[in-house]
Write a protein that binds this ligand. Structure first.
Ligand SMILES: *[C@@H]1O[C@H](CO)[C@@H](O)[C@H](O)[C@H]1NC(C)=O
Ligand SMILES: *[C@@H]1O[C@H](CO)[C@@H](O)[C@H](O)[C@H]1NC(C)=O
Ligand SMILES: *[C@@H]1O[C@H](CO)[C@@H](O)[C@H](O)[C@H]1NC(C)=O
Length: 349
């Protein structure tokens, strides 16, 4: 019973060291403490003191860690208080237990702020111990007005951080699509390219005006809260704008066919738009080399979401994309973007 509980903690602990983690050792101090036995609610088994510290640095609640044992197998007990008093016992024989406290609670160059830290971009969390979950978390963390550009985010269920375009106005906007159409050809984007995303070649200079975040990332991002999507498109020689608003915008996981859904559609008179995302049935993703549930791609339609075998609709992947205007009819667009604005708290799934 106890052994299996410890094993669970081991799995839990190791899973929570995210990829790309580094540990800033100057933020910690080590002191010997007597070996004590007691209630240990947050204990994991690790390989080394360094690993204990790394686990501590990943946790919202850890201000210090008690490490017992020698390298190879140690027990790490996360503590939600740092108790420097324990360090004032220099003449006690150091046992195989010691206490590692955070000197400063803030990782990554963050600055203490009340009960937590103000974190530099792209970090967030109480102690800046992780990447921001979306651009709005960066905004909320004191970065209003920071320059627009590509930043790493890591939604709650994403195994690794990935770049998106962030705008730090209006509560923080995460752009999942930003396409200046001239010079792009997206209509034949394959299933695997759409899953991976467009425009994220790290070895090339990023051109963040021609990016699509990728289907899995889009699902992970939208799955952690309720988002409004503002699909903005520009058309004509004056780059006139249409703005289509969608509440509760969702993209399901791969087994659902990356099903696109939303609560309600609306638009305003200043930038009038019609709903370009309508289907008779579920809106499912279709691309060459992947599912094509309504046969639209086989019939020559561009990659995109389709809601029935009529294959009607307006795909951001079309060459060029189009969008319907209430007073001017369907317009060929020169720029189209998905601006995601978080409208609720983060939800653990
Ligand atoms: C620390 O953890 C203990 C036990 O889980 C809890 O009772 C206490 O309220 C926590 N303190 C803080 C400051 O979070
Ligand atoms: C990424 O960019 C580099 C440099 O421009 C190029 O050589 C490489 O083929 C690109 N890779 C992909 C997958 O597009
Ligand atoms: C996340 O995705 C799962 C599976 O599609 C779904 O059941 C759940 O409601 C979603 N949660 C949110 C907050 O979107």
């Amino acid at each position: 019973m106890e052994v299996s509980a410890i094993l669970l903690f081991v799995l839990f602990g190791l899973n929570h060291v995210k990829r790309g983690s580094t540990v800033q050792l100057h933020l910690y101090t080590t002191c010997p403490i007597p070996n004590t036995i007691g209630q240990e609610p947050d204990t994991v088994i690790g390989r080394s003191e360094l690993q204990c510290v790394m686990l501590c640095s990943q946790s919202e609640h850890c201000l210090g860690v008690r490490v017992c044992g020698e390298t190879g197998m140690v027990k790490c007990t996360m503590r939600n208080t740092s108790s420097p008093a324990q360090c004032l016992q220099p003449d006690r024989t150091p046992t195989h237990c010691r206490l590692v406290n955070r000197v400063s609670p803030c990782e990554k160059g963050g600055t203490p702020n009340g009960h937590g830290c103000l974190c530099p971009l792209p970090f967030a969390g109480k102690y800046c111990q992780r990447y921001m979950r979306d651009c709005s978390e960066g905004y909320d963390n004191g970065n209003e007005g920071a320059p627009e550009g590509m930043y790493l985010i890591q939604p709650m269920t994403s195994p690794a951080p990935f770049p998106v375009v962030c705008l730090f106005t209006w509560g923080g906007i995460t752009k999942a699509v930003w396409r200046f159409v001239a010079g792009t050809s997206w209509a034949a984007t394959t299933w695997s390219q759409a899953k991976q995303g467009i425009g994220y070649n790290r070895s090339a200079v990023p051109d963040y005006t021609r990016v699509f975040v990728g289907l899995d990332h889009l699902h992970q991002l939208l799955n952690q809260s309720s988002y409004q999507n503002v699909i903005q498109s520009s058309y004509g020689s004056d780059w006139d704008n249409m703005k289509a608003f969608y509440t509760d915008f969702h993209v399901g996981p791969e087994p659902s066919g990356y099903e696109l859904s939303y609560g309600t559609f609306y638009s305003y008179d200043e930038f009038p738009a019609l709903n370009g995302l309508k289907g008779q049935g579920p809106m499912l993703f279709a691309a060459p080399g992947g599912p094509d549930p309504y046969g639209c791609v086989a019939g020559g339609a561009p990659t995109g979401w389709y809601g029935g075998s009529h294959c009607a609709g307006h795909s951001v992947f079309a060459d060029p994309p189009t969008w319907p205007s209430p007073d001017k009819g369907v317009q060929v667009v020169r720029m189209i973007q998905f601006s995601l604005v978080r409208k609720g708290p983060y939800i653990e799934n």
